[in-house]
Design a protein around this ligand. Structure first.
Ligand code: ARG
Length: 467
C-alpha cells in the first residue's frame, strides 16, 4: 500500500486508517461551510496564546498571516482538499502547515477539535440566525403589503374547515405575521443562549495554559464564556433549540401552504396562484399544480425529522464529547437551508398573490355566517345568550330546510321566531356590518385591521433598518 501522508493524530497508530473508515468518518463535505468561522476562531485563539506568552509574537503573526492565505484560497475556491482531510479543521491546519512550515503546528496549542467545533457552530449560527431573521422580516413585510393591497377583501373565516364567521382577508394574513413574529422571537432567544464562548474547554477538561478566555470572547464578540469544560464541548442543546424554532417556522409555512392548496382548488377558487409558481402535468394538459406550497408542506416533515434525529443522537451520550456529535451539522445545515429557501420562494410567491375578491365575498355571504350576529342582536334586546342561540338555531334550520340564506328572510319571518326582532335586525345582517362590529382589540373590524397594518408596517421598517 502506498504510504499516505500522515494524519495529525497518527503518532500512536501502527497502521494507516482503513480507506473505508477514512470515508466513513469524514465530515468535510458537510462542515467545509464552517471554514470562515473556523479561521476566525483560530485567529482569536492565536492572539490569546500570544497574549498569554504561550506563543511568541513572531510565531503568532506568522500563523495569522498564514490563516489569511488559507482563507483566501478557500474564498476563491482554489483550496485543494486532500483525501486525508477528515474535516474542515484538519484541512485548514494541514494547509496552514504546508504554507508556513512546522510553526503552523502551534496553532492547536491548548485546543482540541472538540472545543474548536463547539465554537465554530456557535459563530456560524450567529450569522445564520441574523440572515434568517432578515428573511423572516422580508416575508412578514410581503404579507403586510398583501394585506394592505387586499384590505377591503372579505372572506369566510373557518373553524373545523366549516364556514364560521366573515373576516377580512387582511386579518387572516396578519394572523400569520403574528406567528412569524413569535418565530423570530424564538430564534432570538436561542441566539442569546448559544452566544457563549467555549474555547479553552480543550478536549474536555480545560487546558494547561494561562489563557484569558474572556479576551478570546471579547475578540469574537461573545458576551461571556462557558463555565464548565465538559458541558462546553459536549452539549448541543443549542442546536436542538434552533432546529425546534426552525420546525415551528416550517409548521407555520405549512399551514399557510395547506390553505393555498385548498384555496387554489376548483372547489374553493379563492385564488389563482401565479403561473410562474406552479407546474403542469406531463399527462393531463389542463393541470396547474400548486407545487411550491406542496413542497414547503412536504419539507416541513424533513425539518421535524432533523429535530427528532438530533434529540435521538443526543439522548444516550455519556459526557463529554463523542463522535456521534459530528452528526449534528448535517441536520442543522439542512434545516437552515430548507427554511431559508422556503421563506425565499414564499416571499416571492406571496408578493404576487391576487385573491379572487368576488368569489371570496360570495362565499362570505353564504352558509349562515351571520347567525351569530342575529344571536347577539337578541342579546342586545335583553335575551340571555343561550336562549338567543337556541332561537337562531331554529331560524337557521328553517333556512336550511327551505333553501334560503338568513339574509333572504323577511322581518315577518324573523318575528315568527322571536318578537324581539325589529327592522334594525335586517341592517345587522350584512357581512361588512358583522366585520366592523368586531372592533375590540384583536378583532377583524376594518378600523382595527387598518391600525394593525400601520403598526406592522412601522415595526417591520424599523427592524429592517436595525438589521
Ligand atoms: N468533525 C468533528 C465534529 O464535527 C470534530 C471533532 C472531532 N473530534 C474528535 N475527537 N474526533 O464533531
Amino acid at each position: 500500500m502506498a504510504k499516505r501522508r500522515q494524519k495529525a493524530w497518527a503518532g500512536r497508530f501502527k497502521e494507516p486508517t482503513n480507506r473505508l473508515v477514512e470515508i466513513f468518518t469524514a465530515s468535510l463535505a458537510v462542515d467545509r461551510r464552517l471554514y470562515a468561522h473556523d479561521i476566525m476562531g483560530s485567529v482569536a485563539h492565536c492572539k490569546t496564546l500570544v497574549r498569554a506568552k504561550v506563543l511568541s509574537a513572531k510565531d503568532g503573526a506568522a500563523i495569522i498571516r498564514g490563516l489569511g492565505n488559507v482563507k483566501a484560497e478557500l474564498d476563491k475556491g482554489r483550496f485543494r482538499f486532500k483525501a486525508q482531510d477528515e474535516d474542515i479543521h484538519m484541512a485548514i491546519e494541514r494547509r496552514l502547515t504546508e504554507l508556513i512550515g512546522p510553526v503552523g503546528g502551534k496553532v492547536h496549542t491548548g485546543r482540541s477539535r472538540n472545543d474548536q467545533v463547539a465554537l465554530d457552530i456557535r459563530l456560524y449560527l450567529r450569522d445564520a440566525l441574523a440572515d434568517l431573521a432578515r428573511a423572516v422580516v422580508s416575508f412578514q413585510r410581503t404579507l403586510v403589503e398583501q394585506a394592505h393591497a387586499h384590505r377591503d377583501v372579505v372572506m369566510p373565516g373557518y373553524t373545523h374547515l366549516q364556514r364560521a364567521q366573515p373576516v377580512l382577508f387582511a386579518h387572516h394574513l396578519l394572523a400569520y405575521v403574528e406567528m412569524f413574529e413569535r418565530d423570530k422571537g424564538r430564534l432570538h432567544d436561542a441566539l442569546a443562549r448559544l452566544n457563549v464562548m467555549p474555547l479553552g474547554s480543550g478536549a474536555l477538561a480545560g487546558n494547561n495554559y494561562p489563557v484569558d478566555r474572556h479576551y478570546t470572547a471579547q475578540l469574537l464578540d461573545f458576551p461571556t464564556v462557558t463555565q464548565n469544560s465538559l458541558d462546553g464541548v459536549s452539549d448541543r442543546d443549542f442546536v436542538v433549540e434552533v432546529v425546534a424554532a426552525l420546525s415551528l417556522v416550517m409548521m407555520h409555512l405549512s399551514r399557510l401552504s395547506e390553505e393555498l392548496i385548498l384555496w387554489s382548488s376548483q372547489e374553493f377558487q379563492f385564488v389563482d396562484l401565479p403561473d410562474a409558481f406552479c407546474t403542469g402535468s406531463s399527462m393531463m394538459p389542463q393541470k396547474k399544480n400548486p407545487d411550491v406550497p406542496e413542497l414547503v408542506r412536504g419539507k416541513t416533515g424533513r425539518v421535524y425529522g432533523h429535530l427528532i434525529g438530533l434529540l435521538t443522537t443526543l439522548k444516550g451520550l455519556p459526557l463529554s464529547y463523542n463522535r456521534d456529535l459530528q452528526e449534528d451539522k448535517e441536520a442543522l445545515f439542512d434545516a437552515l437551508d430548507t427554511v431559508t429557501s422556503s421563506l425565499e420562494v414564499y416571499t416571492a410567491m406571496i408578493a404576487r398573490l391576487k385573491m379572487n375578491r368576488s368569489r371570496l365575498r360570495q362565499a362570505a355571504e353564504q352558509g349562515g355566517m351571520l347567525a351569530t350576529e342575529l344571536a347577539d342582536y337578541l342579546v342586545l334586546k335583553g335575551v340571555p345568550f343561550r336562549e338567543a342561540h337556541e332561537t337562531i338555531g331554529r331560524l337557521v334550520r328553517f333556512g336550511v330546510d327551505n333553501g334560503r340564506e338568513l339574509t333572504q328572510l323577511s322581518l315577518n319571518e324573523l318575528r315568527s321566531f322571536s318578537a324581539h326582532f325589529d327592522a334594525d335586525a335586517l341592517t345587522m345582517l350584512t357581512v361588512d356590518a358583522a366585520i366592523d362590529r368586531k372592533a375590540l382589540v384583536g378583532g377583524t373590524a376594518r378600523k382595527r385591521v387598518a391600525q394593525g397594518l400601520t403598526t406592522w408596517t412601522q415595526r417591520l421598517a424599523a427592524h429592517a433598518k436595525r438589521a
